[in-house]
Write a protein that binds this ligand. Structure first.
Ligand SMILES: NC(=O)C1=CN([C@@H]2O[C@H](COP(=O)(O)OP(=O)(O)OC[C@H]3O[C@@H](n4cnc5c(N)ncnc54)[C@H](O)[C@@H]3O)[C@@H](O)[C@H]2O)C=CC1
Ligand SMILES: O=C([O-])CC(=O)C(=O)O
Length: 270
């Protein structure tokens, strides 16, 4: 029988609370041992009915409590969770993948400590095919993201460029550039572009279009890959979660599937 891995989660919002509940309900090979949250009272209420109550600790302490540290917090506190997890040689599973792009030194650090950084597919699709294609020659990778305007509100790029996204009445291209610049300009919005870049040809060559689109109710991502082995065109339309409409409901499910793959006897997909 495969060994059980202990799991700690930083952030108990749309992703973290859902994942915590799912783990507590029972997942073979995984055991939730600790969580960290900003609002301690709310966190206590969230875990009150759990079958096995995890320790409520600080972000930096998560790494002392588990083999696998899942980051499910705002990008602003990414470093605090990541540095402790990687410093202690844990398996680090980030949600705020956009925050990893400007911190690629963490990968060199993980090499030193024996930590692993496992980026889940998250709100995207098809990263298995992108990774496979990237083992051969890839000419181009693009992602087109369409969001309801309020899902883009407050992004630094829009503020810097005076773009009033809530005033948009027809679909408008608000950003076109590489994944690196997209992650800087839209830190709460392009985790999927960052994951795509890391799966394929890197943040400099992965091209991103972000559209504010009053005509969509779902965050919609279309990936196009032109490779020597295949041409890929894939679209996902994410149902927003109740807790945080910026975050697709599929995201905690994808992380759960990713965690299952760490211990399962049968693993499907590369
Ligand atoms: N990889 C992907 O495909 C996706 C990634 N994301 C990213 O995942 C991250 C989490 O997303 P959500 O769960 O939707 O966010 P959320 O806003 O619903 O939850 C974040 C949680 O972190 C907590 N938090 C904030 N500061 C904290 C601190 N200092 N210590 C402990 N907890 C703290 C908040 O109280 C909140 O409960 C975000 O960065 C988001 O952009 C979101 C959707 C898809
Ligand atoms: O589609 C979603 O649910 C979230 C999203 O765009 C991202 O975080 O990159």
């Amino acid at each position: 029988m495969a060994a059980t891995l202990t799991v700690a989660i930083g952030g108990l919002g749309a992703i973290g609370a859902h994942l915590a509940r799912a783990l507590d309900a029972g997942v073979e090979g995984l055991r939730l041992t600790a969580v960290a949250a900003r609002d301690q009272d709310k966190a206590r209420r969230t875990i009150a009915g759990f079958r096995s109550r995890p320790a409520l600790v600080s972000l930096a302490q998560l790494a002392d409590h588990a083999d696998v540290i899942v980051e499910a917090a705002p990008a602003a506190v990414f470093e605090e969770i990541a540095e402790a997890a990687i410093g202690r040689g844990r398996i680090f599973v980030p949600s705020s993948v956009g925050a990893l792009l400007p911190r690629m030194h963490l990968i060199a650090r993980a090499r030193e400590t024996g930590a692993r950084i496992i980026v889940p597919t998250g709100a995207l699709l098809g990263l298995d095919a992108v990774r496979a294609a990237a083992e051969g020659e890839v000419a181009s990778v693009t992602i087109e993201t369409r969001k309801p305007p309020r899902g883009l509100e407050g992004a630094p790029y829009l503020i810097e460029n005076g773009i009033d996204v809530l005033g948009i009445t027809t679909a408008r291209l608000v950003f076109k550039g590489n994944a690196f610049d997209a992650a800087r300009g839209f830190p709460a919005n392009v985790n999927v572009a960052a994951a795509l870049a890391l799966a394929g040809i890197g943040p400099e060559r992965t091209m991103v279009e972000i559209w504010g689109d009053p005509g969509v109710t779902r965050n919609t991502h279309t990936i196009r890959v032109e490779a020597a082995s295949a041409r890929l065109t894939m679209t996902i339309e994410n149902v927003p979660s109740e807790e945080n409409p910026r975050t697709g409901r599929i995201t905690p499910l994808s992380i759960l599937a990713c965690l299952r793959g760490l211990t399962s006897t049968l693993k499907v997909g590369s």
